[in-house]
Design a protein around this ligand. Structure first.
Ligand code: SAH
Length: 259
């Protein structure tokens, strides 16, 4: 039976694609990739006769029609998406028409850009006694935010915030953070094209100056904003260490050493 796979292509570097995704790409009869963000390199493992198309100029309707059309016989069809398909990927909007058409569907997760951005900057998003929570969100632009999810409300948690699709809204980010009690000199990280070979840019700044720094660096798309009390922890002289590796802490695999 034909199947359409929604495959996470990861953040950009083709080496960050999963083995499962790579194998499916090598087997695929048709691949529709999101050209605006997915590097075409991600299709490098495809068969020479694989039908490959870019969805850049397509509407949702055209995308699902294409996928349904290719899903004939026992074809393996791939919708290749940036990062992980479950985050800002219009996944369910595409799955519903396929369900209606009786086409089998599968999903392969991918490395999301928030994690690639943290990796690029050698940052952790959680740290004992600093923050144990990460929020993936975005700032309200054309897409309205559901009640209780404005950046102001989310920022009040003072945990790690990873903001997708918001790089042109840094002014709003600053206002919300200040109103939620963050200080002007709280650190902010912006990573443009995280993991893209030769194109990645890391900008470090503060709530006060990150907008200007991004303007100077001409970053206005494909960027992740990370705001976190953990930023820069690599250079802190004192850390509250994780209990897992604490010599005085017993767990399933190790007995505590008494001091
Ligand atoms: N599903 C994707 C997100 C799609 S929304 C994922 O899991 O990453 C597109 C947004 O993702 C962009 O506006 C940007 O905020 C972020 N993004 C995607 N690729 C990125 C990259 N390589 N580096 C930094 N941000 C990226």
């Amino acid at each position: 039976m034909a199947k359409v796979w929604f495959v996470g292509a990861g953040p950009g570097d083709p080496e960050l694609i999963t083995l499962k995704a790579q194998k499916l790409i090598a087997d695929a009869d048709a691949i529709l990739y999101a050209g605006s963000l997915v590097s075409q390199a991600a299709t490098q493992w495809a068969k020479t006769d694989c039908d490959i198309a870019d969805s850049k100029g397509m509407t949702l309707d055209e995308i699902t029609t294409w996928l349904i059309d290719k899903a004939q016989g026992d074809a393996c069809v791939i919708r290749l998406q940036t990062g992980d398909p479950a985050l800002y990927g219009a996944l369910i909007e595409m799955v519903q028409p396929l369900d209606k058409a009786g086409v089998d569907v599968g999903v392969v997760p991918g490395v999301t850009s928030a994690m690639a951005s943290a990796a690029a900057a050698v940052e952790t998003l959680t740290l004992p006694e600093v923050t144990q929570t990460v929020i993936y969100s975005r700032v309200e632009g054309r897409t309205p935010m559901p009640e209780g999810e404005s950046l102001l409300e989310l920022a009040r948690h003072h945990c790690t915030l990873c903001l997708y699709l918001s790089i042109t809204l840094l002014k709003k980010v600053r206002h919300a953070l200040l109103e939620a009690g963050w200080s002007e000199d709280a650190p902010v990280l912006v990573v443009h094209k995280a993991s893209w070979p030769g194109e990645e840019q890391i900008v470090r700044g503060t709530v006060a100056d990150i907008q200007q720094k991004c303007r100077d660096a001409k970053i206005n798309a494909q960027a992740m904003i990370i705001i976190s009390p953990t930023l820069g922890a690599r250079h802190w002289p004192e850390l509250k260490k994780s209990k897992l590796y604490d010599a005085g802490f017993s767990h399933r695999f190790r007995k505590a050493v008494r001091s």
